[in-house]
Design a protein around this ligand. Structure first.
Ligand SMILES: [Zn+2]
Length: 191
């Protein structure tokens, strides 16, 4: 595999909601507004925020659509410290996700849905074929910014038809690397 240049996006904390949980939190008749289309086709940020309540504090997480089968809250390590929870590193929500209280305008619910997203690469099958990426493959990402250089290992390859090639880091990872809007990285096979 050659060195492959890739755009990097930093994902702030956010929540994906099931339709049922959305209805619980905001009410059956509640509508959300789309405030921004995201780089991954069909995915968007909304005007709705959910209050995330832990034993030591609370923060807000923006609801990103469309609806998912399962509610999934993606936090950074710093977010977890702030509210006093410990969440597992994961690609998606599972039984191991941390329990958390969520509050909307209408109600509060408790869900096992909090994870710290593992850094990952989105790409579609055509891009994957071009670069010989396979699902679940682990890559090294080298980033050089004004702050200096870092290498993040274990970037997980995720492939789906509606994906566009982007690396997603969380805010802790992005800040540690000195990422700006235009930052790019170089992907190489993990050694
Ligand atoms: Zn992503």
């Amino acid at each position: 595999m050659d060195n492959i240049s890739v755009e990097i996006e930093v994902s702030a904390r956010h929540i994906h909601l099931s339709r049922d949980d959305y209805n619980f939190l905001f009410g059956e008749d509640s509508d959300f507004k789309i405030v921004k289309q995201l780089s991954q086709e069909g995915e968007f940020a909304t005007d709705k925020k959910v209050k995330v309540i832990g034993p030591e504090g609370s923060i807000e997480a923006r609801f990103l659509g469309p609806f998912r089968k399962k509610t999934q809250l993606e936090l950074s390590t710093t977010d977890c410290f702030e509210i006093g929870i410990s969440a597992p590193y994961a690609i998606e929500v599972s039984e191991e996700a941390a329990e958390i209280k969520l509050a909307g305008k209408e109600a509060e619910i408790r869900r096992n849905c909090a994870i710290i997203a593992r850094r990952h690469l989105h790409c579609n099958p055509k891009e994957a074929k071009k670069h010989n990426f396979t699902p679940g493959q682990l890559l090294d990402l080298t980033i050089k910014t004004e702050r200096g250089g870092v290498i993040y290992s274990d970037v997980v390859v995720r492939i789906a038809d509606h994906y566009r090639m982007r690396v997603h880091l969380d805010t802790d990872e992005g800040n540690a690397a000195g990422i700006t809007e235009q930052s790019k990285g170089i992907l190489t096979l993990e050694k």
